[in-house]
Design a protein around this ligand. Structure first.
Ligand SMILES: [Zn+2]
Length: 140
């Protein structure tokens, strides 16, 4: 008998197994750094400079060495700032009734107040549109 003409018996197929469904794994957003876009990161850096200068003035310390380095490109006074800068930093860090720490660090509150004073929403301005500032995408 010619085996080519013999009808092939089909073996019963096992039902296709569906891969076990795993919940989507959270992944880190690659469109931002820490949920911030470049503009917000620049603002955060500027606020940090202001905060350091204000802290130096508050503590009466000598000017932070950081300003020696920055002083090569930006004209800073030779000594620490005075009480006026302490008052400014203090005023900027007060969000009017917001309990301390409720919105993060003092620097975060300062940045938020600056953004708000410019008429923009600090929850949106400079935040990553991909992850909404949450850094993590997907998952639960
Ligand atoms: Zn992002």
């Amino acid at each position: 008998m010619n085996p080519a003409k013999e009808p092939q018996k089909e073996l019963p197929k096992e039902p296709a197994k569906e891969p076990a469904k795993e919940p989507p794994r959270p992944r880190t957003c690659t469109d931002c750094v820490g949920g911030f876009m470049p503009a917000r990161r620049y603002l955060n850096a500027c606020v940090q400079i202001l905060f350091i200068a204000g802290s130096d003035a508050l503590d009466g310390r000598r000017r932070h060495p950081f300003f020696d380095f920055l002083g090569q490109v930006i004209a800073f006074p030779d000594g620490p700032a005075d009480q006026d800068l302490v008052d400014l930093v203090d005023g900027l860090s007060d969000e009017g009734g917001t309990p301390a720490g409720a919105e993060g660090t003092v620097r975060t509150r300062i940045a938020r107040k600056i953004i708000r004073s410019a008429g923009m929403d600090p929850d949106r301005w400079g935040m990553c549109p991909t992850c909404g500032g949450n850094v993590v995408l997907g998952g639960k």
